[in-house]
Design a protein around this ligand. Structure first.
Ligand code: NAP
Length: 319
């Protein structure tokens, strides 16, 4: 196994080779795959012989990322498709073109930008990070449910622990804060992933819903959203404190392909404060398990996206 230059720990590629099974004949969608963790997830999946649809909002960036993957894995089955998660029409159009999908990796995200809104007028971080992925999952659910070992992996953040769902001001119209609304969106990811798990089980559907977070990895996330001093500080801490994107991608890769992964699990890094390391099971914030909160968020997500996910919370959905 290849070892990292600074010790006996394996590189991300070495860890993958040792722990993850081949994915021949399995089909994956990775959102936000032109950059950071999404790109490294697509690269690793391609190396495991998976078929990968890499989504990008900017096709030129997506094509450059695909070429980067092909440079490492020339025979990989990777393609790029356009998907703008800030526009629910784009989500519907993209989903309509996908078939025979085994695994959806809800990865794309934006962090701590000045207040902005999606095409439909929702706060940008809640809209892109949560609502669009809720809608995408709902639109692809039937085919995922039919897959053998189908999975939905939703990428959250350790910062979900600082979050609250601000039902009284969901879109930050009265009191927007960049970190506050990022944390809200990442808590929404966890609440959704766990509620999806419970509803799938209650309705006897074998599809897995698994959560992951990368710890802290140096990617474009820290420079795309933040501005001013915040952006500068993140540039410095990226250099000295973060792990690389290939390491950061391991928890979501394990969630998407690991043989002993179970639905409802949350996978994060095994290092101190869950900020770096190799995949292990971690715990969400207690509040994320609150069923009343989950049902309220589910209902409002259906209302705002117009996507009804036909999974009765108590398990009476037609199978
Ligand atoms: N890096 C970390 O330390 C860290 C920590 C905790 C959680 N996470 C989570 O990890 C996930 C991946 O982030 P990353 O670190 O890999 O960041 P990244 O390098 O900035 O990648 C984010 C991806 O999301 C895409 N994206 C942003 N807005 C979009 C939109 N409206 N429509 C479609 N795609 C959009 C970006 O596209 P563009 O290139 O066009 O902007 C990019 O492909 C996010 O969910 C993030 O919250 C990361």
């Amino acid at each position: 196994m290849s070892k990292s230059p600074d010790g006996d720990r394996p590189t991300a590629a070495g860890w993958i080779a040792e722990h993850l099974p081949r994915q021949s004949g399995r089909s994956f969608v990775v959102t936000g795959a032109n950059s950071g963790l999404g790109l490294e997830t697509a690269r690793a999946l391609a190396g495991l012989d998976a078929q990968v649809i890499m989504t990008a909002r900017d096709l030129a960036k997506g094509e450059a990322a695909r070429d980067d993957v092909l440079a490492d894995h020339p025979h990989a089955q990777v393609e790029v498709r356009q998907l703008d998660l800030a526009d629910l029409d784009s989500v519907r159009e993209f989903a309509a073109g996908v078939s025979d999908l085994d695994v959806l990796v809800n990865n794309a995200g934006v962090m701590m930008p000045p207040r902005g809104t999606t095409v439909q007028g929702y706060e940008l971080q809640f809209g892109v990070n949560h609502l669009a992925h809720f809608a995408l999952t709902g639109l692809l659910l039937n085919q995922l449910a039919q897959a053998e070992d189908g999975r939905v992996v939703t990428v959250s953040s350790g910062l979900h622990k600082r979050g609250r769902i601000h039902f009284e001001d969901l879109h930050g119209e009265q009191n927007y804060g960049r970190t506050k609304y990022y944390a809200q969106s990442k808590l929404a990811n966890v609440v959704f992933g766990l509620e999806l798990h419970r509803r799938l089980r209650a309705n006897g559907i074998g599809l897995l819903s698994v959560l992951a977070h990368p710890g802290y990895a140096a990617t474009n996330l820290q420079s795309t959203g933040p501005t001013g001093v915040g952006k500068l500080l993140m540039k410095v801490s990226n250099r000295f404190m973060a792990q690389d994107a290939a390491m950061g991608a391991l928890p979501q890769l394990y969630a998407a392909t690991g043989e002993d992964v179970e639905s409802g699990q949350f996978i994060g890094p095994d290092g101190r404060n869950e900020s770096k390391g190799y995949p292990t099971q971690v715990e969400p914030l207690d509040t994320a398990r609150d069923r009343e909160l989950a049902q309220r968020l589910w209902n409002i997500s259906e209302e705002l996206t117009g996507v009804h996910i036909p999974l009765d919370p108590k398990g009476t959905s037609p199978s």
